[in-house]
Design a protein around this ligand. Sequence first.
Ligand code: FPP
Length: 255
Amino acid sequence: MIKRIRSWWRHKDNPNVVEITSENIPQHVAIIMDGNGRWAKRLGLPRIVGHQSGMKAVKRATIAADELGIKYLTMYAFSTENWKRPKDEVDFLMRLPQEFLAIELDELIQKNVQIRMMGDKEGLPKHTLDAMEKAIKLTENNDGLVLNFALNYGGRKEITDCMSMIGREIEAGRLRAEEINSQWVEDHLQSTGLPDPDLLIRTSGEMRVSNFMLWQLAYSELWFTDIYWPEFNKNHLHDAVAEYQRRTRRYGGLS
Ligand code: FPP
C-alpha cells in the first residue's frame, strides 16, 4: 500500500500541497549548501552570519530528512578549494562543526543518527578533527540516518588518491591491473559504504557540481533552487523529493 506523506506548509512560490509517496524516497540525498554569503549580504550582514545561519539549516535538513525516511544525507561543508577564502572566514568555517556538534550532538544521538565524514583529515585544524572524530565514535553504532559531512573534500582529489593507491598496490604486487573494476574503485573512495546519491540538491541558483562527488553523482537526479542555503527548510526538501519522484531514472537504458 502506498502511504501518502503530505507537506501541508504552502510557501509563496509554490502554493500547491506537495505530495510524496513513502515508496520512492531517495535513499541518499547529497546537498551543496550554497548562498550563505549572498544571503548575509542581502541583509547587510557579514558573510560569517550567513554561515552561522547555514549551520541552523543543516539541523533543519537533518531532521526533515530523518522524518522522510532518507537513510543517508551528505552535506558539502567545506571543499578543498575553500582554503582560498580569507583566513577569518576559513577559521570561522572550521569552528562550525564543533559548534554544531556542541549544540546538536545529544539530540542527534537520541535520534539514532550516525555521523560520518569524508575529506582529507590531515588538512583540518586539530579542534575541528577532534570534534568530528568524537562525534563519529559516539555515534558509530547508531543505525538511523547517516549524516555524512564532506569536510576538506574534493572529488578530483578523492579520485586522484584512489589512482595513486592503485599504483602503490600494483607496485607492491598486491594488485593486478585485471582486478581493477568499478567496484574496486568504489571500495577505495572516501564514500565507501555509502550508496551513490539518488538526489543532489544545490541551493542559491548556481547550477554546477563544484568538484563534489564526481564519481558518485554519475546517475544522480539533480535539483536546483534559487533560495539561499540559510533559508532552506523542510518544505524545500519535500519539494525536491516530490520532483525526484516525478522523474524516471533510466541509467542509460530505456524506461
Ligand atoms: C557556500 O556558500 C557555503 C560554504 C562554503 C560553507 C557551507 C557551510 C555551512 C552551510 C555550515 C556548515 C555547518 C556545519 C555543521 C559543518 P558561500 O559562502 O559560497 O555563499 P556565496 O556563494 O553566496 O558567497
